[in-house]
Design a protein around this ligand. Structure first.
Ligand SMILES: NC(=O)C1=CN([C@@H]2O[C@H](COP(=O)(O)OP(=O)(O)OC[C@H]3O[C@@H](n4cnc5c(N)ncnc54)[C@H](O)[C@@H]3O)[C@@H](O)[C@H]2O)[C@@H](O)CC1
Ligand SMILES: [K+]
Length: 528
């Protein structure tokens, strides 16, 4: 959900608008539980966390004020009754201090509530930091026996990490106790926003866009019981299919306490007498992301490698990879997290037997491998069941070498996009048995495996310059050392294209693969 939300922002949708939609949908639902009878007061307690779940709560409160109209008292003084009488009070409890609110959109919405509460005594805001203050509020709720009590849990949503911290834990425990003790009271309801804050016994959960998955229960939250209400908040399906900065934000982060090698070790296997530079480009791109990169290649590559002290080299005998190198390179690969195979390898009988034999070894060793360029062309695909440890990065022609038909690919900027009326129809073929991830390069890149499919739209015509494919392979390999295949493929395509888009602004179409790879750290930094 966070990826989708951020990627919709990448497509131009401000998060604060989604928050508005979410908050309004909460208010519309909660309004149906308000009591309108004379003499009954609605008391709405809204417990808000410091993230965007809390922000949804703030927006809901603002909309609820519209439902809790009491202007009849004013109008009565003019001798007319304009609105039904509805006595309500809303108490917002922020679990922390205003300055601790994490996000821009949440802060903005909190400010509006503060402005309202200064003028309207029916909205009260309390900022609490310690568990004791929670107890006071619970005692207060207990006193209102006759009132219609609605408790809104906007404490934590999809951003929860680990066990509940204080004062959240006390709030959840106390609200559960309250609910148990007062179970005979039908006029007390707990309504959770988006997901139940861990452990809370909500009567109703109002969830946004899609049902949420609970990793602990290994099932969708509450889908079995009928308490869950799904609200659409204006997110179109494409937000789930586009690659954007949401994917980048979801990449694993570097641990500040890590040691050399902890952040990835990659072995690049490629190069030949003629194409000695390609594996170096991949390795340099990769070295922007991981700690250690070694290039295993022929003498010509080793000679060129001397200019790049950040890379290590492993020289093989001869001008091409061949069958005789399989054991040696497989042994070497054991020390690395990811192997990049194919750049500049060349296509001949020797490289063919090397690639097929080496990949069999990689299957046995359970190694992660990114397969690019010439390697894609020489694989006997019938002999392999490539697992989720393999990523392929073909362009259109190489894709056909893999046994696919480009005519089955729609909406890729290849001219036949208009045939596709539905995003699910992008691939018009059975991909249910593809465990590995395929990054099909094109005007728009298509990244898919049997579980996922996404389109990347970064990049421009300047990227047709030689070497950018090698750079892409290097980025993907670097990311793959610490992330799963699909997100590595998506983010690799995004980063590579995004560097190209920045370069287009700076230099027009006259940039090189070297420019692209030098821009990688800058792009990673923007989205960190
Ligand atoms: N994804 C979407 O499409 C949308 C999401 N929205 C809301 O945004 C929520 C996600 O927002 P956030 O990512 O800010 O995350 P949350 O608001 O769920 O929580 C993150 C905050 O809680 C704190 N926290 C995390 N784990 C904790 C723990 N164990 N104990 C105590 N505090 C803890 C963190 O410090 C962080 O500040 C969703 O659940 C939803 O309610 C909506 O605003 C609109 C659209
Ligand atoms: K919640």
């Amino acid at each position: 959900m966070n990826i989708t939300d951020n990627n919709f922002e990448y497509l131009g949708m401000p998060k604060i608008v989604l928050m508005e939609n979410a908050g309004k949908s909460i208010a519309d639902e909660v309004a149906t539980y308000l009591k309108h009878e004379k003499g009954i007061k609605n008391k709405i307690y809204v417990f808000c966390g410091l993230g965007n779940n809390g922000g949804d709560g703030f927006v809901a409160v603002r909309h609820l004020m519209g439902y809790c109209d009491y202007t009849d008292e004013i109008s009565k003084s003019f001798g007319v009754t304009r609105f039904p009488s509805l006595h309500s009070e809303i108490i917002v409890i922020l679990l922390g201090k205003e300055m601790e609110i994490k996000t821009y959109e949440s802060k903005e919405n909190f400010k509006i509530l503060k402005n309202i509460s200064e003028l309207d005594f029916r909205l009260k805001i309390k900022e609490i930091a310690c568990p004791n203050e929670v107890l006071k509020i619970i005692e207060e709720i207990k006193k209102y026996k006759k009132d219609n009590i609605i408790i809104i849990d906007a404490m934590l949503g999809t951003g929860i990490k680990g066990e509940l911290r204080e004062p959240f834990r006390t709030v959840v425990n106390e609200l559960n106790n309250l609910k148990n003790k007062e179970s005979k009271r039908s006029n007390l309801k707990i309504i959770s926003v988006d997901t139940e804050t861990k452990g809370i016994m909500a009567d109703i959960v109002i969830t946004f866009h899609k049902y949420k998955w609970d990793n602990n229960l290994n099932k969708t939250f509450n889908i079995d019981d009928k308490r869950i209400i799904l609200k659409k908040i204006g997110i179109p399906p494409i937000a789930e299919y586009v690659v954007g900065w949401g994917d980048l934000k979801a990449l694993s982060k570097i641990n500040p306490d890590s040691h050399k090698g902890d952040n990835g070790k990659v072995l690049v296997v490629g190069g030949s007498k003629e194409f000695f530079g390609a594996p170096i480009l991949s390795a340099l791109a990769c070295s922007k992301i991981v700690d250690l990169v070694t290039v295993a290649s022929v003498k010509n590559t080793m000679d060129a490698l001397r200019n790049y002290p950040e890379l290590m080299g492993y020289e093989i005998e001869g001008d091409y990879f061949g069958e005789k190198h399989i054991t040696e390179i497989s042994e070497l690969s054991k020390k690395y997290d990811v192997i990049l195979l194919g750049n500049g390898l060349g296509v001949n009988k020797n490289t063919k037997s090397f690639v097929n034999g080496f990949l069999k070894e990689m299957e046995t060793l359970n190694k992660k491998v990114v397969i690019d360029a010439d390697a894609i062309k020489v694989i006997d695909y019938n002999n392999f069941n490539f697992s989720e440890n393999f990523i392929f990065t073909p362009h259109k022609r190489e894709f056909e070498y893999m046994g696919f038909d480009m005519n089955n690919i729609k909406n890729m900027g290849n001219g036949n996009g208009s045939n596709s009326d539905n995003i699910n129809n992008i691939i018009d073929m059975d991909i249910s048995n593809i465990d590995s991830t395929i990054v099909l390069k094109g005007k728009y890149d298509l990244i898919f495996n049997k579980n996922n499919i996404k389109i990347n739209k970064t990049g421009n015509a300047g990227m047709t310059v030689g070497g950018t494919g090698d750079v892409l392979c290097g980025i993907i390999g670097g990311l793959f050392s610490k992330n799963d295949a699909f997100i590595s493929g998506c983010c690799g395509a995004f980063i590579n294209g995004y560097t190209g888009d920045l370069l287009l602004k700076e230099k027009g179409y006259c940039y090189t693969a070297m420019d692209v790879l030098n821009k990688i750290p800058h792009v990673l930094n923007i989205f960190n």
